[in-house]
Design a protein around this ligand. Structure first.
Ligand code: DSN
Length: 417
């Protein structure tokens, strides 16, 4: 795309161009980020952005929505096929609004939610006290076992039996292992709670069949569309057959929660881009992509371990690794900053039982979705691990920056802007 009109806004265009150059020369290794396809970007910049379409297909509060309905129905149909679910609401603006809709649909203010502790890899919206979910709802948490650093289902069951939550969340932002959906489902059934799977991080891996799917076990599934799924920034709520057996009105309640409960007009250009993303994810080569993401991450983890990096849980089953830097005598904040100077974008992250404060935690989180989209393979994982080691151990950034730029330039970005 030439962007001739955007170019006229020189001040803005300069910043966008600099961001483009940054991406060309560096590696995005924040595990929640990716590079979208040109078709997703094009859908995002269509005329669909102009239209108000409050309501749902065939039941809108504004006229002129005949073709908007086609777009939204297409996105719904593709989402249902992609995840094998009977219902999908594709309107949530992003992941947090999608999760909010679950509360509004299933809970009364003051009801109790059980989620994974943020410090152990959970998400703010799973009941954390500074988020709406901990402000308007009572919350209780499970974490990871101190020794194994993995979720301990016996412990989860004990907490669930004691707390009797109305809603249980499974899923997180910094958990490097598979989630045991079946185990959680048994616990939720025993305490008669809704089970919501937040697959934001791993949606693309589920599609690629490199992570088990929660469809048989959860009542509700939420996701973002921009992480491993590689679509536009956005969210979605799905209801499973199990969810409909628990509450036959669940899909109506989710729809009512999203609109008019939480949002006004849906962003139909974003919904069109979600439809593009789902179509791309339904193709065979997306499965291949998801498999490569995990293969690359495992290789990178293995190489880092050879260089005496301590990986939380001893490794990873998915797209991300969480690294405890205490043996390297460096905090997460300094590591993030040095690696950024070297051209590797990662984020500082708390590790389980972190003795350090959140502003400068003991760990870093990194992952392979975006560099795999660029086509990088095992050979590059070895090079990247070597550079990470040089930066963290020797604080050497100048040579590292050159090495990273060379790697990055071998793998052009998937879009022409
Ligand atoms: N902010 C996302 C992440 O980085 O994991 C979670 O919402």
């Amino acid at each position: 795309m030439k962007r001739n009109n955007l170019k006229k806004d020189k001040e803005l265009f300069k910043s966008i161009k600099k961001e483009r150059k940054r991406r060309e020369e560096t590696l995005e290794m924040i595990p929640s980020e990716n590079h979208t396809s040109p078709a997703v970007l094009e859908a995002m910049s269509t005329i669909l952005t102009d239209k108000y379409a409050e309501g749902y297909p065939k039941k809108r509060y504004y006229g002129g929505n005949e073709y908007i309905d086609e777009v939204e129905l297409l996105a719904q149909k593709r989402a249902q096929k992609l995840f094998s679910v009977p219902f999908a609401n594709v309107q949530p603006y992003s992941g947090s609004p999608a999760n909010m809709a679950v509360y509004l649909a299933c809970m009364e203010p003051g009801d109790k939610v059980l989620g994974m502790n943020l410090k152990d890899g959970g998400h703010l919206t799973h009941g954390w006290k500074v988020s709406f979910s901990g402000i308007y709802y009572e919350s209780a948490f499970y974490g990871v076992n101190q020794e194994t650093e993995r979720i301990d289902l016996e412990e989860v069951e004990k907490i669930a039996q004691k707390e009797k939550p109305k809603l249980i969340w499974v899923g997180g932002s910094a958990y490097p292992r598979q989630f045991d959906w079946k185990g959680f489902s048994k616990i939720a059934d025993r305490v008669d709670a809704f089970l919501a799977a937040d697959i934001a991080h791993i949606a693309g891996l589920i599609v690629a069949e490199v992570h088990d799917s929660p469809v048989e076990y959860a009542d509700i599934i939420t996701t973002t569309t921009h992480k491993t799924l590689r679509g536009p920034r956005g969210g979605m709520v799905m209801v499973t057959d199990k969810g409909l057996r628990r509450d036959s009105d669940l899909q109506k309640k989710i729809n009512k929660a999203v609109f008019p409960g939480l949002q006004g007009g849906p962003h139909e250009h974003q919904i069109a881009a979600k439809a593009v993303c789902f179509k791309e994810a339904l193709e065979d080569d997306f499965k291949d992509y998801g498999k490569k993401v995990v293969k690359n991450n495992k290789k990178l983890a293995e190489e880092l371990k050879k260089r005496d990096f301590r990986l939380i849980t001893g490794g990873s089953d998915n797209h991300l690794s969480l690294i405890d830097l205490r043996n390297k005598k460096m905090g997460g904040k300094e590591a993030e900053s040095l690696l950024e100077k070297a051209g590797i974008t990662i984020n500082k992250n708390a590790i389980p039982n972190d003795p350090a404060p959140p502003a400068d935690p003991s760990g870093i989180r990194l992952g392979t979705p975006a560099i795999t989209t660029r086509g990088m393979k095992s050979k590059e994982m070895i090079e990247i691990a070597r550079v990470i080691d040089e930066v963290i151990t020797a604080k050497e950034v100048k040579k590292a920056r050159k090495d990273i730029e060379k790697i990055a330039r071998r793998f052009p970005l998937p879009y022409d802007f």
